[in-house]
Design a binder for this molecule. Structure first.
Ligand SMILES: *Cc1c(COP(=O)(O)O)cnc(C)c1O
Length: 393
């Protein structure tokens, strides 16, 4: 440490801690909670000018995400939605057309319905489970195909390889995949042919429900520069603190995913065998109609499933309210098992008819299977069945 300079206290409170180099050898990457960076001489910096453009702690998270995306770099955003929004702002203009998977996160629908639609962006929902309907939906002004697979909340699988192939017969169409449910460790979208991989880092990357965040990764260097420019311009970069928290979470992602997959498989099989369960959507089950497509593009089946009880909507919601260990909460991908009712949560903006056409009944329950012991989760389901159905369960 340098000697305390002989300044007035009013000057020292501002300058006593100024340090130009890291001095502590702390094992964790530090939180660079700073708005701006010192110019060593006018115009000379260490590559950082202002934290709306770039920040070392955000960059540390970006390097960790780039490592699992197998790209040179990745970009982090204030939320998953701001990642999607920034992508759209970077590549679309008024009059352009976007193809969206028909089953997709409710927030993505809202972005197009309530925001981008007002700026002259056209969009259509298409069944992307095979290449044919996507190819037929391509128009001269189509610029982006945005897939989500497995999709929220029915786990519908998009044919990422097939859709990318038909898209790339056209010079100007980019394919982006919302890979939040699996992460690149379980589904390498870019290797399957997509141009952009998008994650809500809020979910499995953070893994502990501590932050909201998003990321984009691509091998297209020009697109990276365009995204950087738009992010800096609209201010959608992730914060240093949230980056730092997610940076701790991502360290255990591979280990956590193994357990999420293993537990979800056990819970899905148990639910499917239960006499009060009418249907389980889990791509790893033999009964899942798109199991082969899932297996052809995923390394495993993930930690998400949804199911319907053989009961009324009212009884299904009573079942959810009776759960004690499973937590009723939005979000997914965390260490805790979370249950949601998509009809009243993520997909509440849609009409009942629109939801039913997509396989989202009012009684559908979505489960993000956490890291608790499966036997304890099963005991929780058993007591909830008993609360709703009594000894008939
Ligand atoms: C949560 C989620 C998003 C949005 O991410 P936020 O971080 O909440 O903004 C987008 N897609 C999927 C599949 C999600 O689960």
């Amino acid at each position: 440490m340098s000697e305390r300079p002989d300044f007035d206290p009013s000057t020292l409170v501002i300058h006593s801690n100024r340090s130009y180099e890291m001095q502590s050898n702390s094992i964790l990457f530090p939180i660079h909670q700073t708005a701006t960076y010192i110019h060593e001489s006018v115009g000379v910096t260490k590559g950082y000018g202002y934290s709306r453009g770039a920040n070392p702690t955000v960059n540390a998270l970006e390097q960790a995400i780039a490592a699992i995306e197998n790209t040179a770099t990745a970009l982090c955003f204030r939320s998953g939605m701001s990642a999607i929004h920034t992508l759209c702002m970077a590549i679309l203009k008024a009059g352009d057309h976007v193809i969206l998977s028909d089953v997709i996160y409710g927030g993505t629908m809202r972005l197009f319905h309530q925001v981008l639609g007002n700026f002259g962006i056209e969009y259509s929902y298409v069944d992307t489970s095979s290449a044919g309907p996507a190819e037929a939906a391509i128009k001269p002004n189509t610029r982006l195909i945005f897939l989500e697979s497995p999709a929220n909340p029915t786990l519908k699988i998009s044919d990422i390889r097939g859709v990318s192939e038909v898209a790339h017969k056209h010079e100007n169409i980019l394919v982006a995949v919302d890979n939040t449910f699996l992460t690149p460790l379980l589904q390498d979208c870019l290797a399957l042919g997509a141009d952009v991989s998008m994650l809500s880092t809020t979910k499995y990357i953070d893994g502990h429900n501590a932050t909201i965040g998003g990321s984009l990764a691509t091998n297209d260097e020009k697109l990276v520069e365009r995204l950087r420019l738009v992010r800096k311009t609209i201010g959608s970069i992730q914060t240093p603190f949230d980056s730092w928290l997610a940076l701790q979470g991502i360290k255990t992602l591979p280990a956590r995913l193994d357990v999420h997959c293993s537990h979800a498989k056990q819970i899905a099989a148990w639910l499917e065998a239960h006499p009060r369960v009418a249907k389980v959507n889990y791509p790893g089950l033999d009964s899942f109609p798109q199991k082969a497509l899932a297996a052809s593009q995923q390394k495993d089946f993930g930690g998400m499933l949804s199911f319907e009880l053989d009961a009324s909507t009212e009884d299904s919601l009573r079942f959810m309210n009776a759960l004690k260990l499973c937590t009723c909460a939005e979000s997914l991908g965390s260490v805790e098992t979370l249950a949601t009712n998509p009809a009243t949560a993520s997909h509440c903006d849609l009409t009942r008819e629109a939801r039913e056409a997509l396989g989202i009944s009012d009684r559908l329950i979505r489960l993000s299977v956490g890291l608790e012991a499966p036997k304890d989760l099963i005991a929780d389901f058993e007591q909830a069945f008993a609360v709703v159905f009594g000894s008939k369960a």
